[in-house]
Design a protein around this ligand. Structure first.
Ligand code: ATP
Length: 337
């Protein structure tokens, strides 16, 4: 795409470490020469204080109009309080595919070098439909919803991605021995879709075994296809292969809109200290650049990021360095030349 195009992008800095990592990433994106028209919006507790709404209408309208958003983490209260902003946005815009590549960066020593996994997580169904109620005091029901339509389209997404990018294997991860109907349906849909992609090996592993297998030997997998909750949990497990949550990017993709956000949460334990690693959001931004057809800019940022990691002179604390968020962004900017 021409550098003359201005991309209108909804920007949600979020809370916790969100504003810090977002600022770092925006500085780097601006230095690529790609033109952005950022439409900034608050969400969650911050938005409630200002507008009396957790997701103001203007934010919905902005995403509807721009079709692309870059989002920092927004804190979700535990065990009560308002509904997850992340989940609400994914549902509202039908962002059914959560795409999370797990790949080592050069120069960063981990127990498992050379990991290259793709996590494809169904993003709108399962336990995340938010249907919970107290039947009688002391008894709570939580409803998990799995549909043929939802399972088929996420399986298609995974197989089409594999075909386009030369990935060799897809494993559905499930608990259909216990959740016979729901996970059973998910598997049946994936199997059916797999028949149209004979060049991609298709396998099925039970979730608990998969966790053990991953920790024993992550190289046996290529692409993991998971329901919503399993995908959430296995994503954090897999983040450990490449250096932790500070590194892993994500994209929430639908037919119309896309929201790019890191796998990590708002990390309140390190918020406001300028020590968070902005790499996860930066790698999410690289995915966004590719989505916007800004391949050259994406390659340039990726190369600079890899150079900073290879040189090991300026790394953040979570990966064994002592640089702050801002210093790390400065180093990436310097590497971009
Ligand atoms: P959520 O449930 O909201 O997704 P989470 O359970 O994944 O959140 P996080 O907020 O991501 O939890 O934090 C988990 C741990 O990882 C914390 O110790 C946090 O400090 C660390 N962490 C998360 N993101 C980063 C980052 N960008 N840089 C450094 N450390 C991070």
């Amino acid at each position: 795409m021409s550098n003359q195009t201005t991309h209108k992008v909804t920007l949600i800095p979020g809370d916790g470490i969100g504003p810090e990592v977002t600022q770092a990433v925006v500085r780097i994106l601006e230095a690529t020469g790609v033109k952005f028209d950022w439409d900034r919006h608050a969400a969650g507790a911050e938005a409630f204080e200002i507008f009396g709404e957790y997701i103001p209408n203007a934010l919905y309208e902005s995403i509807e109009h721009n079709k692309v958003a870059l989002k920092g983490p927004v804190t979700t209260p535990i065990g009560g309080g308002f509904k997850s902003i992340n989940v609400t946005l994914r549902k509202r815009f039908d962002l059914f595919a959560n795409f999370r590549p797990i790949k080592n960066l050069p120069g960063l020593e981990t127990k498992w070098p050379g990991v290259d996994l793709i996590i494809v997580r169904e993003n709108t169904e399962g336990e995340y439909v938010g249907l919970e109620h107290e039947v009688v005091p002391g008894v709570v029901e939580s409803i998990k919803v799995i549909t043929e339509k939802g399972s088929t389209r996420i399986a298609k997404f995974a197989f089409e991605y594999a075909r386009k990018h030369g990935r060799k294997k897809i494993h559905s991860v499930h608990k259909a021995n216990i959740m016979k109907l729901s996970d059973g349906l998910f598997l049946r849909c994936a199997r059916k879709v797999s028949e149209g992609f004979p060049e991609v090996f298709y396998g099925e592993h039970i979730i608990d075994n998969t966790c053990m297998q991953l920790v024993m030997n992550p190289y046996q997998y290529d692409t993991l296809l998971l329901e919503n909750l399993y995908g959430d949990i296995v994503s954090d497990l897999c983040a450990a292969f490449v250096g932790g949550l500070g590194l892993v990017p994500g994209a929430n993709l639908g037919a119309d809109c896309a929201i790019f956000e890191a796998v990590h949460g708002s990390a309140p334990d390190i918020a406001g200290k300028d020590i968070a690693n902005p790499t996860a959001l930066l790698q999410s931004a690289i995915l966004m650049l590719r989505h916007l057809d800004e391949e050259a800019a994406a390659d340039r940022v990726q190369k600079a990021l890899e150079q900073v990691y290879s040189e090991r002179k300026c790394l953040t604390r979570d990966v064994g360095g002592n640089c702050g968020t801002t210093q790390f962004a400065d180093a990436v900017l310097a590497a971009m030349g």
